[in-house]
Design a protein. Structure first.
Length: 172
């Protein structure tokens, strides 16, 4: 049975819930290399990079998945890959789900929505950086057409150990 799910552009009103979701991963996992939780105010600054107008050609988007009670279940976004003009048609994507809803197909539906929106833009490549090990994230990305194009060993240090990352690429 498919649960009721709405995917829509994120708004500033969503930032407290987005911050809570992201901070969970900072505090409890190595899927992000941030070490300190973000404040809602800092996430407001982060949010300014996104443009979610339906007729906009911006490559920087953020979508949320909400349930029937308007609770945010997760978000997927695309932002700057590297801060040099030659990289402008390349983006970095990200996805985070509320821990209570992982493994239910919500992430795939949400990420597919983002990818579909980006296909109507001038995006040339999308990149995902995944800390390893993370089989669930690798499988999700591969199921959506991402291919592994590189690996960096012991590039991040968190929770008293070094972590590797895989770089995955999606061609538009």
């Amino acid at each position: 049975m498919t649960e009721q799910l709405d995917i829509r552009p994120a708004t500033q009103a969503d930032i407290p819930q987005l911050t809570d979701i992201y901070n969970h991963y900072i505090e409890h996992t190595a899927v992000t290399f941030d070490l300190e939780p973000w404040s809602v105010e800092d996430r407001m600054v982060w949010f300014q990079q996104f443009s979610n107008s339906q007729d906009d050609q911006s490559l920087h988007r953020c979508y949320v998945a909400v349930d029937a009670h308007n609770q945010i279940l997760g978000y997927a976004g695309s932002g700057t890959f590297r801060h040099k003009a030659a990289y402008n048609a390349s983006i970095e994507t990200t996805i985070y789900l509320a821990p209570s809803v992982t493994g239910r197909g919500i992430g795939k539906r949400l990420y597919q929505h983002l990818i579909t929106a980006l296909q109507a833009t001038a995006a040339h490549r999308a990149y995902a950086v995944i800390s390893l090990p993370n089989d669930a994230s690798l499988k999700l990305h591969q199921s959506l057409g991402f291919e592994e194009v590189g690996k960096m060993t012991e590039v991040g240090y968190k929770f008293d150990q070094y972590w590797d990352t895989a770089y995955l690429e999606l061609r538009f």
